[in-house]
Design a binder for this molecule. Structure first.
Ligand code: DP6
Length: 330
């Protein structure tokens, strides 16, 4: 048995498309910030007495689809460890609110760390990142803290499709991300896995999206090397808008935005015009995340909370790497 904690991460240069669905290999690299305020704690216990894998989420039986995906993931861990025992998984998401924020990144990173340890494996961080990627592409980045770079790799076996931390101690201490939850809409969201596939197959803008990512990655890493948050923020906002443009152009369209999403984006631009550090990014949902600094975080959070349709606001700092924690840790 082992318990692990992992933080969610938000991409500043997005992963949106695969080069291999079976091995979950990304079509391009990505770059993210791990967030301390959004964590998952997962306990895995292999037990010869169990006939099937079991999973609890927040103390209640997990949905069948979630258990199914976790069970397929555990099969990979069992194959690596040479064991056949079934397992019980107990997982809790400590997210600002219950709804709508992606938890597959912290979820599969925590599951990879806990399950591999519980199975008796001793994997290094790169191996844990590859393993997490098999569960969810964005999870490969949640093995590491701070700013993280994920490589697409070129190998067919995916051994080089792995994340690594970017050494930016000064900027990682100063950066904050405001998570502004846009609620109230009953719009059904498209899960990122299906949506990115649909985009790759039908969006006339997908090729343009893929062409822009390598350029944004180079520019983002350059901005990080110079400690230049403004340059990084501009790339992040433009990159997210390009990803959403490719989704909007898919046929049929995938439109994640609600009216309050646009109002929140307008507020971010207004904050910037007023001299605040504020750059927006959005993922496969209506929520807006704002990259800012420790100096401006409270003012930016208050401004976002005042946007009509924004239902919750959380200030997150850079989070640490996924790690084993004592059993019963929250
Ligand atoms: C928009 O990692 O959830 O959040 O690999 O199919 O599980 P799968 O996809 P997932 O996609 C994340 C998409 C995104 C952008 C990002 O996190 O880079």
């Amino acid at each position: 048995m082992a318990t692990a904690r992992a933080c969610a991460n938000i991409a500043l240069v997005k992963y949106w498309g695969k080069r291999d669905a079976a091995l979950n290999l990304p079509a391009a690299g990505s770059l993210s910030l791990t967030l301390d305020a959004l964590t998952t704690v997962t306990t895995v216990r292999f037990d010869d007495g169990l006939a099937d894998d079991q999973m609890r989420l927040g103390g209640a039986p997990a949905p069948a689809a979630m258990l199914g995906r976790a069970s397929v993931f555990l099969d990979r861990v069992r194959a690596l460890a040479g064991i056949t025992s079934r397992a019980s998984i107990d997982t809790i998401n400590h997210f600002p609110t219950a709804s709508g924020l992606a938890s597959s990144a912290s979820g599969f990173a925590a599951l990879a760390v806990a399950a591999s340890r519980a199975a008796g494996l001793d994997l290094d961080d790169a191996a844990l990142s590859r393993l997490s990627r098999l569960g969810s592409g964005s999870a490969a980045r949640s093995i590491f803290g701070g700013f993280v770079r994920m490589d697409a790799g070129t190998r067919a076996d995916g051994e080089d499709a792995v994340a690594r931390p970017i050494d930016t101690a000064a900027l990682a201490a100063r950066v904050r991300m405001i998570v502004a939850e846009v609620g109230g809409g009953a719009v059904k969201s498209h899960g990122s896995r299906d949506a990115m596939e649909h985009c790759a197959e039908t969006s006339p803008l997908y090729a343009g999206w893929l062409a822009v990512v390598p350029r944004d990655l180079v520019a983002a890493e350059d901005a990080l090397a110079r400690d230049d948050l403004a340059a990084l923020g501009e790339i992040a906002e433009a990159n997210a808008l390009a990803m959403h443009a490719s989704a909007i152009a898919a046929r049929p369209a995938i439109i994640y935005w609600q009216p309050a999403t646009l109002a929140a984006l307008a507020e971010v631009r207004a904050l910037r015009a007023a001299g605040r550090a504020a750059w927006a990014t959005m993922d496969a949902g209506p929520h807006v995340k704002v990259l800012t600094t420790s100096d401006d975080a409270v003012a930016v959070a208050q401004a976002m909370a005042a946007v009509a349709g924004v239902t919750a606001v959380t200030i997150a700092a850079a989070g640490g790497p996924a790690e084993i924690v004592p059993a019963g840790a929250a």
